[in-house]
Design a protein around this ligand. Structure first.
Ligand code: ZN
Length: 277
């Protein structure tokens, strides 16, 4: 059994886009694609965790009902998609998590940090999540990337604490589900979603899942709302690298994910925890 987290955010939220559209009009549009995502899950008999950016619920509260009515799970992806290691974010967090609890009727038990920004500068968040009744997090990528990554972190689910992000901590009260990684050309890279899902051949991703299966480890995936409904993702003018990472193969991600959902079993984080932990 594997895990699927859909990062439900709008076109202006991804870090590589955000800084270039600060002065443009920010009308959310991605909720229009929610039915299509729910239909994709339904036809594959899959339940997923939606890590939602809270401000989208303020504008379209029906997002919560649609997710819950279809037996999916709701998780927290911050209120405005700020990096949690950004200056001043710590001071805002208590207010944000409280607001999200109000918006979701206290249903959220899981967290995913925008741009996987959980690291030693932002590990204070673990205590805060536990204080607020959270059970798990899925923000660790055990590989070294430009924007994120904790290369020596465990691959299997483990308990984290503010002092121990990389290894299982006996007194850790928050479960961590690190994202799927694999070896490619001698280097450890993410294989569980986003740009890598769009770019790597599905054969490599499938082998990565099977390799984890052999070790008894669940594969944890992430995919963005805007990757599954690229018809609502405007083509913003970005510098070359940002443009590539954001838009490369964006029209293929729906079919690639569909293909994986057909072949492998995925479920929500809460479902997995209740059955396996
Ligand atoms: Zn995000």
């Amino acid at each position: 059994m594997n895990l699927i987290g859909i990062d439900f955010e709008d076109w202006y939220h991804p870090e590589l886009v955000k800084k270039f559209v600060k002065d443009e009009k920010h009308e959310p549009i991605m909720f229009k694609g929610l039915d299509k995502i729910i239909e994709l899950l339904r036809k594959n008999d899959t339940h997923a965790t939606f890590f939602v950016v809270g401000e989208l619920i303020e504008k379209n509260p029906e997002i919560v009902d649609k997710i819950l009515e279809n037996d999916h799970e709701i998780g927290f992806h911050t209120m405005y998609h700020d990096r949690i290691d950004s200056i001043g974010y710590k001071e805002k967090f208590s207010e944000e998590i409280k607001r999200f609890a109000e918006l979701t009727n206290k249903k959220s038990k899981g967290f995913r940090a925008p741009t996987f920004s959980l690291n030693s500068d932002s590990s204070w968040i673990i205590d805060k999540l536990v204080e607020n009744g959270y059970l798990y997090d899925s923000s660790v990528v055990p590989a070294k990337l430009d924007l994120y990554g904790i290369p020596d972190a465990e691959h299997k689910p483990y308990r984290i604490s503010t002092k121990s992000l990389e290894n299982n901590s006996e007194d850790g009260k928050l479960l961590e589900f690190p994202l799927l990684v694999t070896k490619f050309l001698g280097k450890k890279i993410p294989a569980g979603g986003g740009f890598f899902l769009r770019t790597l051949p599905n054969r490599i991703i499938k082998n990565a899942i099977k390799n984890y299966e052999k070790q008894g480890i669940p594969s944890t995936f992430y995919i963005h709302s805007w990757e599954l409904t690229p018809e609502f993702m405007p083509k913003i003018k970005l510098p070359q690298k940002e443009n590539f990472v954001t838009y490369h193969n964006i029209n293929k991600s729906y079919e690639k994910m569909n293909n994986l959902l057909k072949e492998f079993e995925f479920t929500t984080f809460s479902n997995y925890i209740s059955k396996h932990i």
